[in-house]
Design a protein around this ligand. Structure first.
Ligand SMILES: [Zn+2]
Length: 244
């Protein structure tokens, strides 16, 4: 009885110890090389993904539209332009998320098109060699986003699907860009450069950003010096030639 009590006290003492501090981390499902080669079979549930991050981008099983995770909720940009909250049971074949804690917040004033906006954010990056998460809240007088149609096996390469993407030209938007910066040297792990998805404040429109007019707003930046990748255990991934 005494031993049991002692063990319980020890457990209590060590159980209350603070967890070891971990650096801000990007958690990723699969790799860009694999998704580019048509490895679209979902492997991680959205419920599980949300335990690894509350902010990020990706896609759903069979490349079923664009995925945006924001504020701990997963949204799907479906091919008809509607926004759906994704159930925890849905699977993703490719996603990159983090628990977003901005290290810097900057006010961007004045109009700029998307390339200029991204150049301006580029200049604020202290390094181009670390994954970085960026949130842009603001107005967008014009915004071009896309989604992709769900595929069935045998899956085609990503480029073939994108050739059939559906493009939406939006106007007078207020919302958020959720973005991940991938360094060039990690170009097989994730798409190098910027990858932005948009989510309207009213949650009525979302999608992968192709172009925009930015009307000003706030940019929040978080460097992610650590990353974790879960590789697919599917047969398609195991036998794929990803050496190119
Ligand atoms: Zn995307």
């Amino acid at each position: 009885m005494r031993l049991g009590l002692g063990a319980a006290i020890l457990l209590l003492v060590f159980g209350c110890a603070p967890p070891p501090t971990t650096p801000p981390t990007l958690y990723q499902v699969s790799t860009f090389r694999a998704i580019a080669d048509g490895i679209f079979e979902g492997m991680i549930s959205i419920g599980s993904l949300k335990t690894r991050g509350d902010f990020g981008v990706g896609t759903l099983n069979g490349l079923d539209g664009e995925l945006i995770v924001f504020g701990g909720i997963a949204y799907q940009a479906s091919i008809d332009g509607s926004v759906n909250v994704v159930p925890d049971s849905a699977l993703t074949p490719f996603a990159a998320v983090t628990f977003f804690t901005p290290q810097r917040t900057l006010a961007f004033e004045g109009q700029a098109d998307c390339p200029r906006l991204f150049e301006r954010v580029d200049r604020e990056l202290a390094t181009r060699n670390i994954f970085t998460a960026v949130q842009v809240d603001g107005s967008f007088p014009a915004l071009t986003v896309r989604s992709v149609p769900k595929q069935s096996p045998p899956y085609p390469p990503l480029a073939t699907v994108i050739a059939n993407q559906t493009v939406f030209n939006l106007q007078d938007q207020v919302g958020t860009l959720v973005g991940i910066w991938t360094p060039d040297y990690l170009s097989t792990v994730n798409s190098p450069g910027w990858h932005f998805h948009y989510l309207a404040s009213d949650r009525r429109t979302t999608g992968h950003v192709l172009d925009c007019q930015f009307g000003g707003g706030v940019v929040k930046i978080a460097e992610l010096p650590s990353f974790t990748v879960d590789l697919p255990e599917t047969e398609a991934f195991r036998v794929a030639d990803l050496s190119r």
